[in-house]
Design a protein around this ligand. Structure first.
Ligand SMILES: CC(C)(COP(=O)(O)OP(=O)(O)OC[C@H]1O[C@@H](n2cnc3c(N)ncnc32)[C@H](O)[C@@H]1OP(=O)(O)O)[C@@H](O)C(=O)NCCC(=O)NCCS
Length: 310
């Protein structure tokens, strides 16, 4: 390998191979290093990453092939250009090629694309995966926020609803400008097209809620996804802990009988204390990595990996 490694955009006839690689490389890494399996679904279910990401950002998945443009598939990564930043996700390299620079080469290409647009690059990576941490940290990414991945083994059955839960309702397309304004104010980010995509919900896997503090004024919103490859709450932003609790509660209520995972900032003791009282358990630690400009979050941010929305 080396000079023969080609990095190029994924074609639609490669979705199946990319899905298989994501499934294999991620499960392999976590089984060997952490004795856990990330994807319990069959490999074909990971085709959803291609389906969703290509609908949102056509042409924004890079593949790495060894031995020329049609050589062996050895890595892939998606990226998402937005008005304020470029995010990236589902970086992976084939285990047989581990430590041989496949991920570094994919990352360098995405950083180059972002720099040409004068945008920072953002992602959420596992704090329990040194290979991933090193990949980003070596080229200047700075960890800006820690998150703990939580779930409620028994759901919210028996939990007293938080008082603000009554103001939570299903999001409508007319809410998008207020959602964008809220996230711009609190986090300096603009992800309008993601919100429109979730609310349109053409694939039937998304659920977006807003918290209306007064008519036309939002104090938070929270999306979720439910598919065999991913059942998570997020992305979302909220002005304060009470808004986050109301939205998390209502999303969990929506998934009665399931145990979706959600990421909460580790520096929010009021919010975390309540989730522990609800029976919350930690299952991972993630960190928010940024290369370039960064505005500190003013409220609470709940990122997700589907799509990558750090
Ligand atoms: C994480 C993963 C993508 C890394 O892929 P890879 O192709 O093996 O990574 P690379 O060979 O490009 O190595 C990345 C860099 O980290 C460096 N590195 C690795 N471990 C290191 C350590 N402990 N300390 C310092 N640097 C280290 C390597 O030297 C390399 O830098 P270089 O290219 O400048 O030499 C791969 O292990 C994988 O697919 N894991 C499963 C899926 C996953 O966890 N994805 C990450 C999601 S954010």
């Amino acid at each position: 390998m080396g000079d023969e490694l080609v990095i190029r955009p994924m074609r639609s006839d490669e979705w199946g191979d990319v899905a298989e690689l994501i499934h294999l490389s991620t499960n392999y890494w976590y089984e060997v290093n952490r004795r856990l399996r990330i994807f319990s679904c069959p490999p074909e279910a990971c085709t959803w990453f291609c389906k969703v990401y290509e609908a949102l950002d056509p042409g924004c998945c890079l593949v790495a092939r060894d031995g020329g443009s049609e050589g062996r598939l050895v890595g892939s990564c998606f990226y998402h250009p937005r008005p304020t930043h470029v995010s990236l996700g589902i970086m992976n390299a084939h285990p047989s090629y581990a430590g041989r620079g496949v991920a570094s080469r994919l990352l360098a290409r995405i950083v180059q694309i972002a720099q040409e647009q004068d945008k920072p690059v953002r992602l959420v990576s596992s704090a329990m995966n040194l290979d991933s941490f090193s990949l980003y940290n070596r080229v200047g990414f700075v960890p800006r926020q820690l998150y703990q991945d939580m779930f409620l083994p028994k759901g919210v059955a028996g939990v007293t609803p938080p008082t603000l839960a009554g103001q939570v309702r299903e999001a409508r397309l007319e809410d998008v400008p207020a959602m964008v304004a809220l996230e711009r104010e609190l986090a300096g980010l603009d992800r309008q097209k993601d919100f429109e995509y979730f609310i349109r919900n053409e694939q039937g896997i998304w659920h977006m809620l807003v918290l209306e503090s007064s008519p036309g004024s939002l104090s938070g919103f929270l999306a979720s996804v439910n598919h065999p490859s991913s059942n998570m709450l997020g992305p979302g932003v909220m002005r304060e802990a009470s808004a986050a609790l109301a939205l998390v509660y209502r999303q969990l209520e929506h998934y009665a009988g399931k145990t979706p995972v959600f990421l909460l900032p580790t520096d929010q003791p009021e919010l975390l204390g309540q989730v522990y009282r609800w029976g919350g358990r930690n299952c991972e630690i993630h960190m928010h990595n940024v290369l370039g400009r960064f505005q500190r979050m003013q409220g609470i941010q709940m990122p997700t990996f589907m799509p990558e929305t750090a």
